[in-house]
Write a protein that binds this ligand. Structure first.
Ligand SMILES: C[S@@+](CC[C@H](N)C(=O)[O-])C[C@H]1O[C@@H](n2cnc3c(N)ncnc32)[C@H](O)[C@@H]1O
Length: 491
């Protein structure tokens, strides 16, 4: 079975603007601002044929790579974020479910007990959760031997002593984190990994990393991503949900486990969750997703040059998109389909820093196209607009005469859309229409401050002089409009 979430023959065109939620392998790892695949598939199928080249210069989680390769298109993906490259390479070379499962079992044999010993409580049981109020321990939870209801215990001096054993633990396998002063995501330069995790959690993550590093590359990548995917739940950023289920003035005292959402907040009332349990549950999720996918390894080429000589395959590049697009020959790309950074909405590299530190990857923040609250980064709107204009003009150069450019965009202020002014001067591209994308604004991460736009937009551009031959299909997309989206200003 090929992994495509959308089949143009069986789904209606309505799915393009109101797509399904992510499933299986596509829902395994969080990445802020994932784009649904339905509209991507529509454009791949209508704008390109086999062996044509599709480019996404702002790759993100990289779903589009599989959507292209499973349809026998060649694909070039670029992203500055090393995490995005790891995730895309993972999607393109998934391990067999059985091999992944054996690797997890092997790790289990080696470290589960060691990790669980760090959560041992006085009665020889293993704690699953610790509820903290800032730095004071409020409750210890254990799983029951029968049934589903957890057992909540008062903390004992044994529990406190156990925690003390790890104070001053120095992490071995995670590189130093680079944070900036960004109040939007609660990061400060003086913060370190020790502000995000308990010493005990870091000790246990190190145990997992010791084992993961022993595996061959393909399985190691899947295991590392299982770890990054579960790292939020392993952190001290898991908030406790209180007062849920209020009925008729009765307030419930029940506390539920929330999740790490976005940014680096350590909520006052928060959980510390057993690191093995977090890892295992994520590994199970991946295992189940892998069961539904035929192993398929797509041919990858180190350089764009090599890919250009072939009829099939992909090249995935970690770097700045403008620098990399300059290496692409003119008129060689049939479709550019991309979701660039949306001005000041999501500082991707700052948010991915926890994952990149675990993956031990170096990040080049200077080249990021973004508007960041972090003053020391000096990432302003003027630079954002200039870089986006360069992206458009490079797109114009490398697209074939019958090429199409599809840009997903949403910014809550008019100024951030100004890069499109380049269409009036000097580029060989023309705006032909846009349609709204309801999906991504439903995400908890999206910026829905007062005055913000309520939907993302997909903007369709084509080379001047070329007549799109599937105009009738575009016309039937719900909300399709030949005028630019009306921007709501918050000024
Ligand atoms: C909106 S996200 C893309 C999300 C993607 N559509 C998905 O479904 O996951 C924008 C991406 O642009 C990347 N980016 C930012 N500056 C870049 C640059 N100069 N060159 C290449 N990629 C860059 C970020 O790392 C981020 O992954």
């Amino acid at each position: 079975m090929q992994l495509t979430l959308f089949d143009i023959n069986t789904k209606t065109i309505n799915n393009i603007t109101n797509p399904n939620s992510y499933k299986g392998i596509y829902s395994f790892h969080k990445y802020w601002g994932k784009k649904p695949t339905e509209s991507i598939a529509f454009f791949i199928e209508n704008c390109t044929k086999e062996s044509d080249i599709v480019l996404d210069p702002f790759l993100g989680s990289g779903f589009i790579s599989r959507e292209c390769l499973s349809r026998k298109r060649r694909f070039i993906g670029i992203d500055l974020n090393p995490f995005a490259i790891e995730h895309t390479n993972f999607l393109l070379e998934l391990p067999k479910a059985s091999i992944f499962q054996s690797a997890v079992k092997e790790i289990e044999k080696k470290v589960k007990q060691k990790i669980n010993e760090t959560y041992l409580i006085g009665n020889q049981k293993i704690a699953s959760h610790y509820l903290w109020n800032n730095d004071s321990l409020l409750k210890v939870w254990i799983r029951p031997e029968v049934g589903r209801n957890r057992i909540e215990l008062e903390p004992t001096s044994f529990d406190l002593e156990k925690i003390k054993c790890f104070s001053n633990y120095t992490v071995r396998n995670i590189r130093n984190i680079n944070f900036f002063t960004n109040s939007k995501i609660n990061s400060k330069p003086e913060m370190s990994i020790y502000d995000l995790f308990t010493y005990r959690a870091l000790h246990n993550i190190d145990l997992l990393l010791d084992e993961i590093q022993l595996f061959p590359d393909l399985i190691k990548r899947a295991l590392l991503l299982t770890l990054t995917s579960s790292s939020g739940q392993m952190s001290s950023m898991v908030f406790a949900i209180t007062n849920r289920g209020k009925t008729k003035n009765k307030i419930s005292n029940k506390v539920e486990v929330g999740s790490w959402v976005i940014g680096y907040w350590r909520p006052q009332l928060h959980f510390e969750i057993n690191v093995w349990n977090c890892f295992e549950s994520r590994a199970n999720k991946l295992y189940k997703a892998l069961l539904n996918i035929d192993e398929h390894k797509y041919q990858k080429y180190e350089s764009i040059e090599l890919l250009l000589e072939k009829k099939q395959g992909t090249s995935i590049i970690n770097g700045d998109c403008i620098d990399t697009m300059k290496q692409i020959p003119e008129k060689s790309i049939k479709l550019i389909c991309t979701d660039p950074p949306h001005s000041d909405r999501i500082p991707y590299l700052e948010l991915s820093e926890m994952w990149n530190a675990i993956l031990n990857k170096t990040v080049f923040f200077e080249k990021e196209i973004v508007v960041s609250n972090a003053k020391e980064r000096n990432k302003k709107k003027t630079e954002f607009i200039e870089k986006m204009k360069l992206f458009i003009s490079e797109s114009s150069r490398i697209l074939t005469d019958d090429g199409t450019l599809l840009i997903y965009f949403n910014a809550r202020d008019q100024q951030s859309w100004k890069f499109l002014e380049i269409l009036k001067i000097g580029v060989n591209l023309q705006f032909i229409g846009a349609f709204p994308m309801e999906y991504s604004t439903n995400s908890v991460v999206q910026d829905n401050r007062k005055g913000g736009m309520t939907t993302d937009y997909a903007l369709v551009l084509k080379k001047i002089g070329y007549n799109i031959n599937f105009q009738h299909k575009l016309d039937s997309i719900p909300g399709w409009s030949v005028s630019m989206p009306q921007i709501v200003s918050v000024a």
